[in-house]
Design a protein around this ligand. Structure first.
Ligand code: PLP
Length: 448
């Protein structure tokens, strides 16, 4: 199969006006011209499983998205399309604020979202700050600690800039020493990973900074084991959880981690400018608010229990629709069921990795062991430059994945989420087979 045509006029069950006004992106120019509104979201109650979770069920889930017809989108690891229920909620909150701005802070509404988020991730409401991104959550914790010169932090070479940048700030500002470790892709065992971190720790190590799932190979890091290691040596653990929120069935209290920063715009499908920062309750008096909450006196009153992690949220005006619509994203996940979401993500990515393994010339960097991998898969095709692989796959079958520069693996990364269908995985495998078979054509040129 080659050259699948993408309809610029139709969405899967919707019309292009879902992105009304959009003028960027692959389909931007033509979408802006589309006049009709998309159909309204079907009630989420239709997603509550009442029978087997077969492909007919997953088509109903897929029917909740307005992804353009013909596009197989597999870069949820960067940004996920919002389901209709979220898209509509965002528009509704925007409209409500425009029509009646009397309650423009929506403090009670945001408290309710915070409580819902806490239950969703297995935490207490006073351990959750609603943020604008993972990076904000990483900065809140790392830059909120009291550092002194000579303190050490251990982190690995596959961390994302969102976590590394606050570390570099405290390195430059306080003389903190950053110690980088290498974890093999893929690793052999949990024990091997724990030992790598353990060997890098000294009496001065105050923090382990780890991704729960690395954005490079999608490695699931054993955070509970690393948490045990950190605590046994008097250190804290800060977790970059940009990916697992909305992908894995999280229970943060059970892992024992001190800090967990996550994204709303990725696997939670909550749209841009959303995130979560978890800080264990008994640690909060040691972490300075980065941005200054409105009532500092009350925050630091040891008798006051009313603030909790809310102290880490910016006290001023925020994007209220984005914060409020996180609740609809949670509704979406809970209608399907967190365990069912994780199982479907794993089912699709297992199919993908199984198929990739059988294509001559494909090198997989992501583990096949389910304890080390879920929705992200990194692979290379012969020695073809990764930019060429991404372009060739898109040109051949309209499957959108991404390159990965970090780690120097010359890899491309595919993400599978609940809106992807098995035949889309086949489309990707079909395109990869074509690229691998015609490798010489793609070594230096990107036209196919
Ligand atoms: C592992 C990881 N951490 C942090 C980030 C930054 O996320 P955000 O844009 O939510 O700050 C990303 C984004 O891709 C990521 O993959």
């Amino acid at each position: 199969m080659s050259g699948v045509r993408v309809s610029r006029r139709r969405f899967l069950g919707g019309s292009a006006a879902a992105f009304g006004g959009l003028t960027t992106g692959l389909f931007g120019a033509s979408l802006a011209a589309q006049p009709k509104a998309p159909p309204l979201a079907r009630p989420l109650s239709t997603l509550v499983p009442s029978g087997p979770l077969d492909e007919a069920y997953w088509w109903k889930v897929r029917g909740q998205f307005n992804v353009v017809d013909g596009l197989t989108f597999m870069n949820n690891g960067t940004y996920g399309p919002t389901p209709r229920v979220v898209t509509e909620a965002l528009a509704r909150y925007e409209r409500e604020l425009a029509e009646d701005p009397t309650d423009n802070y929506r403090n009670e509404g945001r408290d309710a979202v915070r409580a819902r988020m806490a239950a969703f991730v297995g935490a207490q409401a006073d351990e959750i700050a609603l943020t604008r991104s993972t990076s904000e959550g990483m900065n809140i914790f790392i830059r909120g600690l009291d550092w002194k010169a000579g303190d050490e932090v251990v982190y690995c070479s596959h961390e994302h800039g969102g976590g590394i940048q606050p570390l570099q700030q405290v390195e430059a500002r306080y003389g903190v020493k950053l110690v980088k470790v290498e974890v093999p892709s893929p690793p052999e065992s949990v024990d091997q990973i724990v030992k790598i971190y353990e060997r890098a720790m000294t009496g001065k190590t105050r923090l382990l900074m780890v991704s729960h799932m690395t954005y490079v190979t999608g490695l699931i890091t054993p955070i509970a084991a690393l948490c045990g290691l950190a605590h046994s040596k008097g250190a804290l653990i800060s977790v970059d959880g940009a990916h697992p929120l909305g992908m894995l069935d999280l229970n943060l209290n059970a892992t024992g981690v001190d800090h967990y920063a996550a994204a709303g715009q990725k696997w939670l499908l909550a749209g841009t400018g959303t995130g979560v920062c978890y800080i264990r309750r008994d640690l909060q008096d040691r972490i300075w608010p980065l941005m200054g909450y409105a009532d500092q006196k009350a925050v630091h009153d040891p008798k006051s229990t009313s603030f909790g992690a809310k102290r880490y949220e910016l006290g001023g005006q925020r994007n209220v629709p984005s914060f409020m619509a996180m609740a609809e994203a949670i509704d979406f996940h809970e209608a399907i069921g967190k365990k069912n979401v994780e199982a479907r993500v794993r089912q699709l990515s297992t199919k993908l990795r199984g198929g990739l393994k059988g294509i001559p010339g494909v090198k997989m960097w992501t583990s096949e062991d389910p304890q080390f991998a879920a929705g992200l898969t990194l692979f290379s095709v012969h020695q073809i430059p990764m930019e060429n692989v991404v372009k060739a796959i898109y040109d051949y079958n309209r499957v959108w994945i991404r390159t990965m520069t970090t780690g120097n693996l010359n890899g491309v990364r595919a993400a599978t989420h609940v809106y992807n269908m098995p035949d889309e995985v086949d489309r990707l495998l079909d395109a990869v087979t074509h690229v691998a078979k015609n490798a010489s054509r793609y070594m230096t040129t990107t036209t196919g």
